[in-house]
Design a protein around this ligand. Structure first.
Ligand code: GAL
Length: 795
């Protein structure tokens, strides 16, 4: 038994080396034949690999290693190429090359580290990965969206045995989806250490079968793994703490743990006056599981959970804690400007915050398992989640991916639906129904507390396909009122708007421009299967049995440049662009999703040459009335149509166009657009001024081009050069232009329709950070930020 008890989980993201391109690996190493290597006289015990991947490379092959930190996406570091012969992925994947890359990390462990269990956990690698440690082939993993872990205890070197070398090959030549997927180790890696007697991986399962205001039942099942070579008497102490860290209840149980086996213990708790979890009150609890042998604590494992009940009704939709709640959701892929899919946790949180500010209360991780941190944040901020399996696949690999997702995510209060698949070709077929049933049964076995769902775009009522899941998903159910007709025919069916709208718009553009690849914000070029946000939302308002909407999408994403192709490289579906800048439809959603009074008007008011010509002005508002003024003259007042929009036909003259919304006859909201002058100055608007000095925390800085009077110039495209000095670096840049081929890893970026974005990441040293922005002909700007030191436990 070790003298030092407990477990540690350390981020293993720093000090990796990266080599882009393939490396010739001899067969013996590929196959993990370490004995073979010794026999060949190369080096003993796999040290061979160590040499193979050092700076000199192997034999004649020159390797070019560069220092990287994880998360890392090499795809976004490359140049856009249209030609697939040059290695490019096609337009739906974003016109960047895939390929092969290698990662390598060297680390040491003290002699005392021997004798316990060491686990390496990859949260997600885009591409098929192969891992060698000290020359031993450890494993291969296929599936870029679910994590995997390996027990390295036997092959690691401790103390004088030498240093450890881990090598990861990532083969990202193939794609899994039809959107931008990135390449490489794009999520966190963890090194975990625990006693041989411990809570098994994802070893707690916490459910809340009875929830009332006065009291809730909390059931906890805990799997204990004994990797000693003898059976042991074990005690499990479970303590529940509330969000303030106060102990709420505790219980102990004893058992005999067979050697090399898992033993499950069930405990039940009554929590008095529970603080229920929900979007407006995301109260969390923590269960601490303490594993003891002969009074000695050998493991301590924490699980965050929430107390809440969910129910779906075929007529009235979703209920949370007994109260009806409309699901106001968005679907989202993972990427963001400046980083591809390698988002620091703080950027994941930023995206979620922007969605919440729009009034959204639900997130669909389309079409794949999200990163674990996203769910932690959703728990913390109160965002509901439709947690999605990658695909309709009941092969051993498909089932194993689904099972990992379920075991990993089933304690998150935010997760309310398990989505089994999205728009698979086999929907509505006999074979498809069999596969879907296997997935749904697997899910019900591992977590019967949440319904399963299939996000379908055809085959709803064929061959019993959708009958094997609890909720039928309607992707674009508005077509021919499919969803409404199905409800009439199958009134007991649980339904949800799993994918809605697909409205194509480019931020700040008011006329379709196929040559440049832009879509008008008026929505004059939406795809045949799509509809306006107004239609998608009104359908739900009028048909509560639809439970909710998941708008396609919250953010633009790389790939799927529908309705165009090259030079367009990213989608137009977002309510926000790839940088999180709102498009006009964002304000529509905000008006219907939030109660605070607001008005929004479009287009911008810079139309030189259009003097005397009519311009269609649209207003989104949740006030009772809206009055429009041009240069102080009233153009009339209209009753607001909250679920639709108001229009005025305005004869253009430069100046100020202003909308004033009233509630109960009193002014409640006002917004104006102004004809801006020439670009004159840069403005830097940080999301916050302070960040943790941990080498990852990232502050998004919005960069605006203003005229002399401080108005945004809505057509400005000035190129801006950034420099970061002090305790930070420039992580990346973006501007939301779906046809920009400028690199995101650069200190230069053009504004697009007045805006661009700079991502400032802290270093691990505390201190001040200065971001400066200059552009020819513009007054420069400078911003001071602060990196604040805290705990740092990375290896
Ligand atoms: C859906 C699909 C999404 C995306 C979208 C574009 O059919 O599920 O992944 O392709 O269409 O409108």
């Amino acid at each position: 038994m070790r003298s030092t008890a407990g477990r540690s989980k350390s981020l293993f993201d720093r000090e990796w080396s990266f080599h882009k391109g393939d490396i010739r690996i001899p067969y013996a190493v590929k196959a993990g034949m370490t004995g073979g290597i010794t026999d060949a006289g190369i080096r003993k015990d796999g040290e061979w690999l160590d040499i193979a991947f050092n700076d000199k490379g192997m034999g004649e092959q020159q390797l070019d290693w560069s220092a990287v930190s994880l998360p890392h996406d090499w795809c976004v570091e490359q140049q856009y190429v249209q030609d697939e012969h040059l290695g490019a992925r096609d337009g739906s994947h974003g016109y960047l090359p895939g390929g092969i890359g290698f990662y390598r990390k060297v680390f040491e462990l003290p002699a005392e580290a021997a004798g316990s269990k060491w686990l390496i956990r990859f949260d997600g690698v885009s591409g098929t990965s192969t891992v060698w440690v000290n020359g031993h082939l450890i494993g291969s993993h296929h599936g870029g969206y679910i994590g995997f872990s390996y027990d390295l205890s036997d092959v690691l070197r401790y103390g004088d045995e030498g240093r450890n070398v881990i090598v990861v090959k990532v083969d990202a030549t193939e794609c899994e989806g039809w959107w931008y997927e990135g390449c490489g180790i794009y999520r966190h890696v963890w090194l975990e250490n625990m006693d041989l007697l411990h809570v098994a991986e994802y070893g707690t399962y916490i459910t809340t079968p009875e929830v009332a205001k006065e009291q809730a039942t909390v059931n906890i099942r805990t799997r204990i793994r004994n990797n000693y070579t003898e059976g042991l008497r074990v005690s499990l102490q479970t303590v529940i703490y509330d969000g303030a860290g106060l102990q709420v209840c505790a219980s102990s149980a004893d058992t005999y743990a067979e050697w090399y086996a898992e033993t499950e213990l069930a405990q039940s708790f009554q929590v008095k006056q529970p603080m229920l979890w929900g979007p407006d009150s995301p109260f969390l609890y923590k269960a601490v599981s303490i594993v003891l042998h002969e009074g000695q604590e050998l493991d301590r494992y924490e699980t965050v959970f929430g107390i809440r009940s969910i129910r779906f009704d075929p007529q009235e939709g979703f209920f949370l804690n007994g109260e009806p709640l409309v699901i106001k959701g968005t679907c989202n892929h993972q990427d963001f400007a400046g980083v591809g899919v390698a988002l620091p946790d703080s950027l994941i949180e930023y995206k979620l915050k922007l969605l919440q500010e729009m009034g959204s209360n639900a997130y669909r991780s389309a079409h794949h398992p999200p990163t674990p941190e996203l769910l932690d944040i959703c728990d913390r901020i109160g965002m509901l989640v439709m947690d999605e399996n990658r695909k309709l696949d009941s092969s051993p690999n498909g089932l194993s991916q689904l099972e990992r997702l379920l075991y990993r995510d089933r304690n998150h209060p935010s997760v309310i639906i398990w989505s089994m698949e999205n728009e698979e070709v086999l929907e509505g077929t006999v074979t498809g129904a069999r596969i879907l049933k296997t997935l749904a049964d697997t899910t019900r076995r591992i977590d019967p507390t949440r319904p399963t769902c299939a996000a379908m775009n055809h085959g709803w009522n064929e061959n019993g396909y959708n009958d094997v899941v609890e909720i039928t998903g309607y992707n674009y159910g508005h077509r021919d009122h499919l969803d409404i007709r199905d409800h009439e025919q199958y009134p007991e069916r649980l339904m949800i708007g799993s994918e809605c709208a697909s409205y194509t718009a480019t931020r700040g553009i008011y006329e379709d421009d196929p040559a440049r690849g832009y879509c008008s914000e008026y929505g004059t070029n939406i795809p045949s299967w799509g509809c306006t946000p107004q239609q998608a939302w009104t359908d739900l308002v009028n048909n509560r049995f639809l439970t909710g909407v998941f708008m396609w999408t919250g953010f633009d994403y790389r790939g799927e440049p529908t309705p165009y192709l090259w030079p367009c490289i990213n989608s137009h579906f977002g309510l926000m662009d790839t940088c999180g800048f709102p498009k006009d439809s964002y304000y529509y959603m905000r008006a219907v999703w939030r109660e605070e009074p607001m008005v929004h008007l479009l287009p911008h008011w810079n139309w030189p040459g259009s003097e005397g010509k009519p311009v269609e002005v649209r207003v989104f508002a949740n006030t009772d009335t809206v009055e429009l003024y041009l240069n102080g003259r009233s153009l009339g007042e209209q009753q607001a149509d909250r679920n639709g929009y108001l229009t005025w036909n305005v004869i253009y003259e430069p100046g100020q166009l202003e909308a004033v919304g009233k509630r109960g006859g009193l002014e409640a909201a006002r917004k104006s657009v102004v004809t801006a002058g020439q670009p004159h100055q840069i403005q830097l608007i940080p999301d916050r001024h302070e960040a943790r000095a941990d080498g990852t925390d990232t502050i998004p800085v919005r960069v605006a081009v203003l005229d002399r009077d401080g108005n945004i110039v809505p057509t400005a495209d000035n190129e801006i050069r950034f420099e970061v000095t002090g305790s930070g670096t420039l992580l990346g840049v973006g501007n939301g232009n779906p046809s920009s081929h400028e690199p995101d890893k650069s200190s230069l970026r053009r504004a697009f329709n007045g805006w661009c974005l700079a991502l400032v990441q802290t270093s691990s040293r505390g201190g001040s950070i200065t971001l400066s922005a200059v552009s020819e002909g513009l007054a420069a700007a400078e911003l001071n930020l602060q990196a604040v030191s805290g705990d740092d436990t990375q290896i």
